[in-house]
Design a protein around this ligand. Sequence first.
Ligand SMILES: O=C[C@H](O)COP(=O)(O)O
Length: 354
Amino acid sequence: MEVVQRGQLFMISMSRKGRALGMITFAAPSQICFRSLQVVLEVLPATLRELVQSGKDIEAAYWELVIKDIQDACKLFESIYDETDGGDGYVSVEVSPRLADDTQGTVEAAKWLHKVVNRPNVYIKIPATAPCVPSIKEVISQGISVNVTLIFSLARYEEVIDAYLDGLEASGLSDLSRVTSVASFFVSRVDTLIDKMLEKIGTPEALDLRGKAAVAQAALAYQLYQKKFSGPRWDALVKKGAKKQRLLWASTSVKNPAYPDTLYVAPLIGPDTVSTMPDQALQAFVDHGAVSRTIDLNVSEAEGIYSALEKLGIDWNYVGTQLELEGVDSFKKSFDSLLDTLQEKANSLKLVSL
Ligand SMILES: O=C[C@H](O)COP(=O)(O)O
């Protein structure tokens, strides 16, 4: 339990009826796995030693530790999952980031993880890279719930929604109510990149748009969400119990200290959205954030900002691709560095046990 609590992120979520927000704990995989494993290293050297001495290589030992960790977290959140009829209380575990270019490898890894974790409230986390969009469809069609991560552009987000809808339609299940998904749209990193581009352009108009791109794009993502999850195609799936793929805001901490510290949380509150927050963003919001529906208050302003940026030469697809490359690369580096740390620990445990 200690492991889970030290690795947790939080989310604020507006209930479907649009009532007050509840503060719910939500585990995001990279953080929960990477951070909690450091605790595992402190408190469970015996387990690691046992795993290594049983002949497992370090990656296999990693997965055993993670699976147990995720199962414990799932148990912790099970009551939320039950109380909300499968609406909240999920724990995510990510397939190896080394598979981000491998469609079939990702499908196999997702199926395996889903089987071994064996809990109803687990999300298998899959990156929204071009090769993994078809994996998402396939995995959803097998009745496996998915957290789609690393979404940076509206174009890719629409492909992700389509993969979810296609997967539900292909599933053959008569009851779709237990196959759910979140689409994790990264926010602050968009400003980090676009601000640099605007500074390069350097005109007063460009400089005035700094710090506005990310929230504008996110607000338009919510418009797309509303459009795609309505109409005859969606209604047919609802008849079979389908649930909307909720938009999850990731990367919500402010990177530029000149910006308000709730910039990526306060304007993005709306029905069925999920805001993941690291401590810094959470504390700022708890201290002086206000809870009310904000996500669609300024849609025409968001459209204006989006097209003004295009007119200045900002290519949204370039931005999405660049951030995706950086995101996948950083996930891979974290994964590699974690395995290196585990290997070092295992080596020292072997020495101690001699
Ligand atoms: O899961 C990913 C995090 O939300 C990333 O946030 P970051 O952009 O602050 O690193």
